[in-house]
Design a protein around this ligand. Structure first.
Ligand SMILES: O=C(O)[C@H](O)[C@@H](O)[C@H](O)[C@H](O)COP(=O)(O)O
Length: 266
């Protein structure tokens, strides 16, 4: 496993601004590497994830990035209808990407949203757990296919950003759930049923897919995250705190505010 670095900012607002700047600098640096024609990043939902994207939109550094070469993916998604406000991709588009597309700086094809639940409301309401499982499996396979089609067999992100939940989850990998045990390179995306954080159906990248990334940043702010940030940072592969499985090839950061870092610094 790669070594982990802790970075602490004074408060959630400065955390969002700093991670926004770090992201824009990283995208620019990756795109500046000789021979590079694109960069691929995975963003996330939740409070810090969305605040980071909003800060990117208003950052003075927004324009250093050639957005026509940036491809955006999701580490996890809520498996609901495409037009549901619960979707992580809707929040991310509203925070940043819709504006870049409207300005002609990005194309729609660069936004690789995870599949939505395209069953009718009626079909969803009568669905059995087996039906849900099949719908999730089909959607996960489609996203995995898109990753392989776009990026080849060794599909990997240049950067994955995650919010850490108060229970220590990251992506949609929850404590004690079987998805954490998927450790082969054959399953890069999988479905989740009965998620403890609503909504119950979700899609998530798996630990092996995440660990192939060049950079993984685990973000969490506020006092309610202090235990989760400490356990995930200090432990390795503890199924009670899924964030402890986070890994990457070149850089693994835990990014906290003073409150969420409190138990790491004790
Ligand atoms: O679909 C989701 O809910 C997110 O992808 C999830 O993984 C989120 O990033 C964390 O739960 C942290 O969320 P908060 O920052 O809101 O606590």
């Amino acid at each position: 496993m790669h070594e982990r670095t802790l970075i602490v900012y004074p408060d959630p607002r400065l955390l969002a601004q700093a991670v926004a700047a770090r992201t824009l600098l990283t995208l620019n640096e990756v795109l500046g590497t000789p021979g590079r024609d694109r960069t691929d990043i995975a963003v996330t939902g939740g409070t810090d994830g969305t605040a980071i994207l909003e800060s990117m939109a208003s950052s003075a550094l927004l324009d250093i990035v050639d957005w026509s070469r940036v491809h955006v993916w999701w580490g996890d998604e809520r498996f609901v209808a495409a037009d549901s406000d619960e979707r992580n991709d809707r929040a991310a588009r509203a925070a940043l990407f819709d504006a870049l597309i409207a300005e002609g700086r990005m194309g729609d094809a660069q936004i690789h949203a995870m599949p939505a639940d395209d069953r009718s409301a009626e079909a969803r309401s009568h669905a059995t757990a087996h039906d849900d499982g099949e719908a999730l499996e089909h959607a996960a396979a489609r996203y995995q296919q898109e990753l392989l089609h776009e990026l080849g067999e060794a599909a990997a992100m240049d950067l994955m950003m995650f919010g850490v939940g108060p229970d220590g989850h990251f992506a949609s990998l929850f404590p004690g759930r079987p998805q954490l045990g998927l450790d082969g390179d054959d399953v890069l995306v999988t479905g989740v049923q009965d998620s403890p954080k609503p909504p119950p159906l979700r899609l998530t990248m798996t630990v092996p897919m995440i660990a192939r990334s060049a950079r993984v940043w685990m973000c969490g702010s506020r006092p309610g995250k202090a235990e989760a940030m400490a356990h995930t940072f200090l432990q390795r592969r503890d199924t009670a705190f899924p964030g402890s499985f986070a890994d990457a090839m070149h850089e693994v950061l835990w990014i906290c505010d003073e409150d969420s870092a409190a138990q790491i610094r004790q």
